[in-house]
Design a binder for this molecule. Sequence first.
Ligand code: ADP
Length: 199
Amino acid sequence: MFKIGLTGGIGSGKTTVADLLHSQGLKIVDADQIARDIVEPGAPALAELAQTFGADIIHPDGTLNRAELAARAFVDQEHTGLLNGITHPRIHEETQRQFAHAEATGEAAVVYDMPLLVDNGLHTGMDLVVVVDVDVDKRIRRLVEWRGLAESDARRRIDAQIDDQIRLAAADVVIDNNGALEALAPQVDALVARIRALS
Ligand code: ADP
């Protein structure tokens, strides 16, 4: 099965590209969705987090209080390590399960939609690495306009990710999303044709 890694800095339009690929019939393994799913109400990881960080990291309705967990986990390396020790193995297991399922159901290709693909060195396991690229200033503007982030928050999140030049250096295909949304479709069409030819 042909594996495509799809990545891009926050606000680059990676999710928009993933949606377009999905609408063309490609199977998507969504890393952000998996990270959310493993801490859904009732999930074992959520109970373990509550045991480790305190029962009040869970809202009264049973959902995870992300702000409270972040405040308790990101205080030092030891606590961050405890958080990662609970979540990372589950994320890894679910990701592997979805890849195996795609393979077992005869998918010729699968897209791994992963913001930290290059940051975490996972691009080396992919057959094709696709990077969605947008200038930093434009990404900040889109995050402020469309997602309602404060400019300082958008900048901080971008700074926490790997440098654009390093991410781009890992790319086999670069999708340029500096232009209008309409400019994405032909680039995605060309990518799908390439994937179909290779897989
Ligand atoms: P990511 O998943 O990379 O963080 P998204 O796909 O969520 O990025 O895009 C960030 C925001 O920018 C979304 O609100 C999206 O609708 C918008 N957006 C994406 N591409 C464009 C574009 N070419 N022009 C204007 N807005 C865009």
